[in-house]
Design a protein around this ligand. Structure first.
Ligand code: HEM
Length: 536
């Protein structure tokens, strides 16, 4: 075969391979019903990812086709859309690594998070997770508690100084002040994650400018996080990518710098028992089987992942929590009473006022509110996974096929893409009751109203995902939200202007926007005033 003919043969083989893949994925799932697509090129992808309000499209689709249906991907691809409890349990939990992240999902994540835990797959993921697990253990998290409490106290003091002093001409005692909490809470959670992740002081609450803080601030300042439409379309290096590259380099450099300084001063994590995530990781990595150890680059890559995954997620959830409580003053009162009861019991027992993890965990309504915000205002909208073998996905709720047949299982082919809709699962009426789209923390106090399919890592919610790839930081996030809730609600009363209509706009993740003021960008102005109570 001369050079030309071998190139031609290779080309023909490639075309045959791509066509075979193309037609196998397009023919499969034809038996499932689903919304008809207006565009072969874009399918529903563009419409879905660019919808203004989170969950509106899927809500209407699920009410028509059930919680599993055929979704049109770009280039005529048939994608399985899934919010069914058993289906999600099968794909994410029971199947372990058999539904890895799809290539497009991994590409998007890699841009922001580099090659850390969230991006790697299979054996490499297992290796990364094993090395990181000790840094997220319950005992390790207890050591972060005082940092969470100290940082929350700093925020309380900042608000007191900035909004509620007599020097502030706008303020008269007893007045509410409007506080943009979507500005303040991300600063708080950034300070916390910087210090707990690797002892880095962002100083965001103090308005300090650090090198890493500067890069991070400018990272997501562009309008929309543009998703690639198809895994086979190469990513174009845009200015957004340049910002992400700068972020990855800067976070790696900062982590390296901190490790080198610790080593130079003889305070290397392994020797001195430093409690930050990076030090614990270095220690746990050093005792792994040498063949399975993370190399230096892999260790440093975790910092970009942990900072990004562990900062905005928690602050966004906490913002929505205060939004809901602002609309329900009687629930603020109920939480306060639980806090006061614990505080008094501690004082009676001579244990002082400082709350332990156990104290936070022992307040039923307080924790029901946190579960309810994670359910109703999940920061996770969807995940995309891909079957690595032919499989059959069981369903909790049978669906009706194109031919009118009742289906309790969906056969899928290797390579099948699956969209996991966490937001819709969290609001399924069949799981959470007829009032599933309403705020009602009481549902978590009523044991009869619990879901029957065990899913996820916390309260049967999909918010932290499920299975081997579930959020490693879920306990950390929970403890952080508990501390912020107790600290702020003890110090302040929250209310909201009833004339403003805040909704969950889809901007990468769900962000709060005011109806009619979308052009002003994300915002959540809450009315706040100090309480005449001691702090928790
Ligand atoms: C309310 C707060 C949080 C929510 C809702 C949340 C949600 C999630 C979800 C849904 C995933 C799976 C993503 C995927 O499969 O692509 C995930 C993964 C992850 N999260 Fe969180 N997260 C939160 C807080 C945190 C915190 C505080 C940290 C760290 C301090 C953290 C670190 C991570 C990491 C490292 C992963 C990758 C895990 C893996 O692939 O094995 N998260 N998180």
């Amino acid at each position: 075969m001369d050079h030309l003919s071998s190139t031609t043969t290779l080309f023909i083989l490639c075309v045959l391979f791509v066509s075979a893949r193309f037609f196998s994925t397009r023919k499969s799932l034809k038996f499932l019903r689903g919304p008809s697509s207006t565009s072969w090129l874009l399918g529903h992808e563009y419409e879905f990812f660019k919808q203004i309000e989170v969950g509106k499209l899927s809500e209407s689709w699920i009410s028509e086709y059930g919680s599993a249906f055929r979704f049109s991907g770009s280039f005529g691809e048939n994608v399985l859309y899934l919010a069914d409890p058993k289906g999600l349990q099968h794909v994410l939990q029971t199947s372990n690594y058999h539904y890895p992240k799809s290539r497009d999902a991994r590409n998007v994540l890699r841009r922001a998070l580099g090659n850390g835990l969230a991006t790697v797959d299979g054996d490499t993921h297992q290796r990364h997770r094993k090395a990181l697990n000790p840094a997220f253990s319950a005992s390790q998290l207890r050591t972060f508690l005082s940092l969470f409490q100290k940082s929350t106290e700093l925020l309380v003091n900042k608000w007191q100084e900035q909004y509620f002093t007599v020097e502030n001409r706008d303020y008269q005692e007893g007045d509410y002040q409007v506080i943009p909490i979507t500005t303040w809470l991300p600063k708080l959670t950034l300070d916390i994650i910087g210090e707990s992740a690797f002892g880095y002081k962002f100083g965001a609450l103090e308005d300090k400018e650090t090198k890493l803080g500067y890069v991070l601030k400018h990272l997501l300042c562009v309008s929309r996080f543009c998703l690639p439409l198809n895994p086979d379309v190469p990513l174009v290096l845009t200015r957004e990518d340049e910002r992400f590259n700068r972020w990855l380099e800067a976070s790696e450099a900062a982590a390296r710098d901190i490790l080198q300084k610790k080593a130079a001063s003889g305070r290397q994590g392994a020797k001195e028992g430093n409690k930050d995530i990076l030090s614990v990781l270095v220690r746990s990595n050093s005792v792994q089987d040498p063949k399975k150890r993370l190399d230096d680059k892999e260790v440093l890559a975790q910092m970009a992942t942990v900072i990004l995954a562990g900062h905005d997620t928690t602050s966004a959830t906490t913002c929505w929590l205060f939004y809901e409580l602002s609309r329900h003053p009687e629930q603020q009162q109920r939480i306060l009473e639980e806090i006061e009861a614990i505080k008094n019991a501690k004082l009676d027992a001579g244990e002082g006022e400082v709350f332990t993890s156990h104290d936070y965990d022992s307040m039923p309504f307080f924790n029901a509110c946190i579960k309810e915000v994670l359910r109703l205002h999940s920061v996770l909208i969807t995940l995309t996974r891909c079957a690595d073998r032919d499989d059959v996905i069981p369903l909790s709720e049978p669906i009706i096929s194109v031919s009118g047949e009742k289906l309790a299982r969906i056969p899928v082919k290797k390579g099948q893409r699956v969209i996991i809709d966490a937001t819709s699962y969290n609001r399924l009426k069949s799981v959470w009751g007829e009032d599933a789209d309403k705020w009602s923390p009481e549902r978590f106090l009523n044991s009869k109203a619990q879901p029957t399919t065990s899913l996820g890592v916390y309260a049967n919610l999909m918010t932290f995902s499920a299975g081997v790839r579930a959020c490693i930081g879920w306990r950390y996030a929970l403890q952080e939200i508990q501390t912020i809730l107790a600290g702020l609600i003890s110090a302040f009363e929250f209310s909201i202007d009833p004339t403003i209509n805040i909704f969950r706009a889809q901007l990468g993740g769900p962000v709060p926007m005011i109806k009619g003021k979308e052009m002003e960008g994300p915002q959540m102005p809450l009315m706040v005033r100090p309480r005449a109570l001691n702090k928790a």
